[in-house]
Design a protein around this ligand. Structure first.
Ligand SMILES: [Zn+2]
Length: 436
């Protein structure tokens, strides 16, 4: 096993070797608090090697998983909290979210494939050091996400989180989404659009069910771009190819259509109502609320030139969305965290941490937020590898922090130690550096 970066900010510093499993041996840690993705355990044990978790719980590990004659942990980290690595369930890796200038943003899209890919790879390497160990890319029209997905599965890949991609999102000609999708009209039918994405290697299918919010009017003012029947055909066709679907969707009418069509995951979902949330709970349709892009507009309204009427509209939208999130948690809806990073003002990694803070401000507890950012998505979204919950047999991808994380999600911004299979990453990421 190897280590990257310095041992600065690591538990025990010089004891870093204890996290690595020298010579491929299993490592036995005891920590003050361990969140396994669902439950919080105090004074818990974790045993793992480079490939998988061998034991997790408050009980001592069975002898079969520790070294012969070993009677205690390799390292006792009583002040530390250990959680699964974070999963960003909605990001557009091909876009630089920290770039706020619309003119520069549209010029960026004209860069050649190799440049776009290299910049996306650099983003992935940086967000791994913020604790993001998995990304569900939400689509691009140039094949960047698919290329990243291939890189992840290639031998000798560099430092990067797990990533999968839907390829180009599916939308209607003349409707929202040309910058990240290809049209149904170009493929001839929804079924052929789905089959084409699968042929290109898409791990899942992304549909653009609606337009976007009109900030001037604080409403979704255009009708959905895909009908219930079209969404059903997309979901049925994807299932026939053993693929999940996820839908860009805002506005009450669009949300109803996505629920009727049994889309696996509803993205954004602004203007969702309580009856719809109850239906989603019953059908185990995931909700990825993506506050961050709208929160950015509200937080920087003056700089962005919004007048008072737009500002109050943004506040109304966000207040309603926050109330829906709190209600969804009470109902038991499968809430999954995703930031829509790449959107204007939502840098990769740091924007995701901001998303988690906003979810907490909306009324979720830190543990509910952490569940949304780890096991909730891992259990439902069909990733190609088993990670996101700490259980026997899952990949050893977890975070250690000495900060009081259970007191507030903001503590995720403090130094973390990230264990990803056989490698330890530390050092964080400087948010003032451009490129994310
Ligand atoms: Zn998106």
């Amino acid at each position: 096993m190897t280590t990257e970066s310095s041992t600065r900010d690591c538990p025990g510093g010089a004891h870093l070797r204890h996290l690595l499993g020298v010579d491929g041996r299993a490592v036995w840690l005891r920590v003050g608090a361990l969140f396994d993705g669902t439950n919080l355990l105090r004074d818990a044990h974790l045993v793992y090697d480079a490939g998988q978790i061998l034991h997790v719980g408050v009980d001592l590990p069975p002898r079969a998983v520790v070294r012969a004659g070993q009677i205690g942990p390799d390292h006792v980290l009583g002040e530390f909290t250990l959680i699964p690595g974070l999963i960003e369930a909605h990001a557009h890796l091909f876009l630089e979210g920290g770039q706020e200038d619309p003119v520069v943003r549209s010029a960026y899209l004209k860069l050649d494939f190799e440049t776009l890919l290299a910049r996306a790879e650099a983003r992935l390497a940086r967000i791994l050091r913020l604790g993001v160990i998995g990304v569900r890319d939400a689509g691009d029209r140039n094949g960047i996400g698919l290329a990243l997905q291939r890189s992840y599965h290639s031998a000798g890949r560099g430092a990067m989180p797990y990533l999968d991609s839907p390829g180009a999102a599916i939308h209607h000609q003349g409707r929202y989404g040309a910058f990240m999708g290809h049209t149904i009209e170009a493929d001839g039918s929804i079924e052929e659009a789905v089959a084409g994405r699968v042929r290109e290697g898409a791990h899942r299918i992304k549909v653009l069910a609606t337009g976007i919010i009109n900030f001037q009017l604080a409403a979704v003012t255009s009708p959905p771009q895909l009908s219930v029947e079209e969404l059903m055909r997309a979901a049925r066709s994807a299932r026939a190819h053993r693929r999940q679907t996820f839908a860009h969707c805002s506005g009450n009418e669009g949300v109803t259509a996505c629920i009727e069509a049994r889309i696996d995951s509803i993205e954004h979902g602004f203007f969702i109502d309580d009856d719809q949330l109850a239906r989603m709970r019953d059908l185990d349709i995931a909700w990825v609320p993506t506050f961050a892009p709208v929160q950015f507009q509200a937080d920087h309204a003056a700089r962005l030139g919004w007048n008072e009427s737009v500002r109050s509209g943004l506040r109304r939208i966000l207040d309603r969305h926050a109330a829906s999130l709190a209600h969804a948690a009470t109902l038991g809806v499968r809430i999954v965290a995703g930031s829509d990073a790449g959107s204007q003002g939502v840098p990769h990694g740091h924007g995701f941490l901001r998303e988690l803070e906003v979810m907490e401000q909306a009324g979720l507890t830190p543990l509910q937020v952490l569940r949304a950012a780890t096991a909730a998505g891992a259990e439902r979204l069909g990733f190609a590898e088993n990670f996101g919950a700490l259980r026997v047999g899952t990949k050893p991808r977890f975070l250690l922090t000495a900060a009081p994380l259970l007191d507030g999600i903001r503590h995720l911004r403090k130094p973390l130690t990230i264990v990803f299979d056989g490698v330890v990453y530390t050092g964080g990421d400087d948010p003032s550096l451009p490129g994310l």
